[in-house]
Design a protein around this ligand. Sequence first.
Ligand code: FAD
Length: 395
Amino acid sequence: MPESLSTDVLIVGGGVAGLWLNARLRREGFATVLVEKGTLGGGQSVKSQGIIHGGTKYALQGALTGASEAIADMPRRWREALSGNGELDLSGVRLLSDAHYLWSPGTLAGNLTSFFASKAVRSRVGQVKGSELPPALQHPKFKGKVYRLSELVLDVPSLITRLAELAGDSLLTGQRIEPLREGDELVGLRIDERDVRAQRIVFSAGGGTAELLATLGLQQPAMQRRPLHMVMVKAPTLKPLYAHCLGGGTKPRITVTSHPTADGEWVWYLGGDLAEADGVARDEASQIATAKKELAGLVPWIDLSAAHWATLRIDRAEPAQSSLARPDNAFLAAPLSTSSRLLVGWPTKLALSPDFADRVLAALERDGIRPQRQPPLPPLPRPAITGPFWEGLLP
Ligand code: FAD
């Protein structure tokens, strides 16, 4: 006989979206179980750049879009959580940088003119010079302009560790997931040898969500993958840098974040346009060669002769959009019917995890779902927590 458990909300997927939601629900008094098949945070979350966007980079496309509006409040909410005074207590999570920077290496007046045309952007951005420049750019040979954005960069492994602490006894490692039905109604999931019944089931399994939906015979909501080919470089000469480096287009030419290694050095993690379509088409060697050329042009004073290089292919998983456009908000749907127990979604950005949780809480409120008196959970086998993935890829 399978072991039988009961909870208010059963969450599938322990990336930042599922973990944040789990912590919020528990804080609101809901009983939860979160099931993860791999390591907590080991999907897209730990491989993200950890930037808590406020949407400023989207203003490069001209006027502020829906994206910028929805995301604008995220830095404040994360800051409050990091200080221990927000919707979650994330005190102790390592803040890598209190600001992200916009770096214009040459004369890109056209680009910046449209950017600064927005009043909302002007109020959030200030130019920095001299000793205020990010350490990696403080060099006599540096030319260009740098603007400080009111956005944060987090150490994602420490964020995942903290969110796992806030999960208490709710975490469950599980591989095989099947629907648990009573009549036609989905009432829970069979997870390996356990039946877990719940008032609501939330799929927040990132790239695994399409497959989970298929186990229920569902194809909606449709998911899209956006492949990226990221580059990592590690060298004793690297100082931290967190910046979108502008090219001529509306997307950053390179987005650089810096991540600490166990031996006290820094890894620069390079995304932006470099990692998108053309970068995806390149093999590892030519992607590294392209990145080397970019850095040689942009920061020629940094000696990278002893650097170690690697690349990482990773897909972003998001709700399907026309022509693979970037989704604007966290996304949540009730694919069976609005009164069914199943909710499915993607935060679409790590930064939007609070928005994802808001949407789930709003759906619970709409459906009159309240915390019920649930029996205490037996000890459950816990999933491991991911570590810094770059340690395994670079010497
Ligand atoms: P994931 O982190 O992928 O977690 C899903 C989890 O579900 C995984 O742990 C997986 O093992 C688990 N799972 C899957 N299937 C099952 C199953 N059947 N049963 C149980 N568990 C299952 N966003 C930002 O805001 N800022 C950034 O700087 C940023 N940079 C990025 C850089 C890159 C290279 C990439 C790829 C993304 C970046 N993003 C960024 C986006 C961000 O990483 C994602 O939006 C966010 O991490 C998604 O979180 P998630 O919890 O939905 O997914």
